[in-house]
Design a protein around this ligand. Structure first.
Ligand SMILES: Cc1ncc(COP(=O)(O)O)c(C=O)c1O
Length: 461
């Protein structure tokens, strides 16, 4: 496929409403009737964007049952006008945030000294941890050229953090079973290392890194260790209680000095919250921002944003309270059982090879077909899977949306069909060919291509 063709496909995918819905590139002269506006929203939702409801989407929506949405939306509505930036006006938000931190810390074995913050999502939790380590290392160890050691499977948010905060990323290769190689981690630590990172589990394959061993190395070398449990933090503790074999990964390990965990993934809160926890308040203090002499007043804020949506804090808090320990245990069982079924089904498809052992992710590639053609064919059957690269692959992150026998059966039978069909000419209409093409283009051309896409996506015309 040529680049121009792919750009057209991508444009259709990302901007399907061009020419179909009225464009609004200036404020309407007169405000529209609320009913009319709501109707526009309904048309969008009704037209193209409900595939997650039927379980056709990897990750993205982790709960999604109607009653749950209704409940969390009500909690949001109660606090929709509030803002944790003003703790004097809304001390209830401070209370809720501190309780969200306390409840997640309890779940992840944070001790007496564990502290943390509510952020806007996994990426912000990771950004904050990396910023805190950078400033902590500068203050305590005089490090001015900070480095972070991270397996190549660590979430790209760490790379983003390095990019934003002037930290050098030192990626290390994987060892056996697509988990981080402890020896490689050891070798990569230098006097400038501020922290080592491990995932529980990683996004691409859902594999849990050897956190115990990695964090011991970090402790011996007196550097921080961050467990990224954004994906698994609300699943692994319950998997362990259900009797599954779960490697240690949380703040119970003496070398783990911070952990990120997403309330908006398997915590089942609406999108827009996560938690970052530290084993000790000293590190957290390097996350905070304070301004003492600003003409606008004394200002302090714990995370990146200034104003923040109190409604999302209330909705996350309400979700944790309403589900509770017994609820998370029961929901984890449904997710884990569904993931077992998906993985078993995938492994049974001729020509497919699974990638990594995981409790919640089914990652796979093909023996002799083009996996991106398989991904493309799956998208033509309505599936939204995640493309993987280096090496090529695809994954389905299993959520409650997949915890129905019919969904799993459909996925496996569509995959069987896609693998059989791949190799016969496939006309692309989805995004999978990006991977094939990107693999053949120089780095700069890929960046330019992606920047063009971003420009298109966010420019209404
Ligand atoms: C392991 C892991 N870490 C971090 C993130 C980033 O989370 P977010 O998309 O909420 O910023 C993800 C997202 O899928 C993830 O899987």
């Amino acid at each position: 496929m040529e680049l121009d063709e792919l750009l057209t496909v991508v444009q259709k995918r990302f901007r399907p409403y061009d020419g179909k819905l009225p464009a609004h590139t200036a404020l309407p002269d007169h405000g529209m009737a609320e009913a009319e506006v709501l109707d526009l929203l309904k048309r969008v939702e009704g037209a193209e964007e409900r595939s997650w409801k039927g379980g056709f989407v990897s990750g993205a929506v982790y709960h999604g049952e109607r009653e749950h949405i209704r409940f969390t939306s009500r909690a949001y509505a109660v606090a929709s006008q509030t803002n944790p930036l003003h703790p004097d006006i809304w001390p209830s938000l401070t209370m809720m945030e501190s309780e969200i931190v306390a409840m997640t810390s309890h779940m992840l074995n944070g001790g007496e000294r564990a502290r943390g913050s509510v952020t806007s999502g996994g990426t912000e939790s990771i950004l904050m941890a990396m910023k805190a380590y950078r400033d902590w290392a500068r203050a305590k160890r005089g490090i001015v050229e900070p480095e972070v050691v991270l397996p190549v499977t660590a979430h790209v948010a760490f790379d983003k953090a390095c990019h934003y905060f002037g930290i050098r990323a030192r990626p290390v290769p994987l060892g056996e079973h697509l988990a981080a190689d402890v020896e490689a981690v050891k070798q990569a630590i230098t006097p400038n290392t501020i922290a080592v990172v491990g995932s529980a589990p990683c996004f691409p394959y859902g594999v849990v890194d050897p956190i115990r061993e990695m964090s011991e190395v970090a402790k011996d070398r007196k550097v921080g260790f961050h467990t990224d449990a954004c994906l698994g933090g609300f699943i692994l503790p319950w998997a362990k209680k259900l009797g599954r074999r779960v490697p240690d990964f949380d703040l119970a390990l003496p070398g783990v000095t911070s952990i990120s965990v997403d309330t908006h993934k398997y915590g089942y809160a609406p999108k827009g919250t996560s938690v970052v926890l530290y084993s000790d308040p000293e590190i957290l203090h390097h996350q905070y921002y304070v301004a003492k002499r600003w003409p606008g007043g004394i200002y302090f804020s714990p995370t990146m944003a200034g104003s923040r949506p109190g409604g999302l804090v209330a909705a996350a808090w309400a979700t944790l309270l309403a589900i509770g320990q017994d609820g998370y245990l029961a929901l984890a069982k449904r997710v884990l059982d569904a993931a077992d079924e998906v993985r078993k089904g995938v492994a049974g498809v001729p020509g497919v090879r699974t990638m990594g052992e995981s409790a919640i992710v089914a990652a796979f590639t093909t023996e002799d077909r083009d996996i991106y053609q398989v991904m493309e064919l799956m998208s033509q059957r309505g599936w939204f899977l995640n493309g993987l690269q280096n090496p090529p692959g695809v994954h389905l992150a299993v959520t409650l949306r997949h915890a129905r026998r019919a969904v799993v059966r459909r996925f496996v039978s569509d995959l069987r069909w896609a693998v059989e069909t791949a190799g016969i000419a496939v006309t692309a209409s989805g995004l999978a060919p990006i991977y094939g093409l990107a693999g053949t283009m120089p780095d700069e051309a890929v960046s330019e291509f992606l920047e063009t896409i971003i420009e298109w996506m966010y420019h209404a015309s």
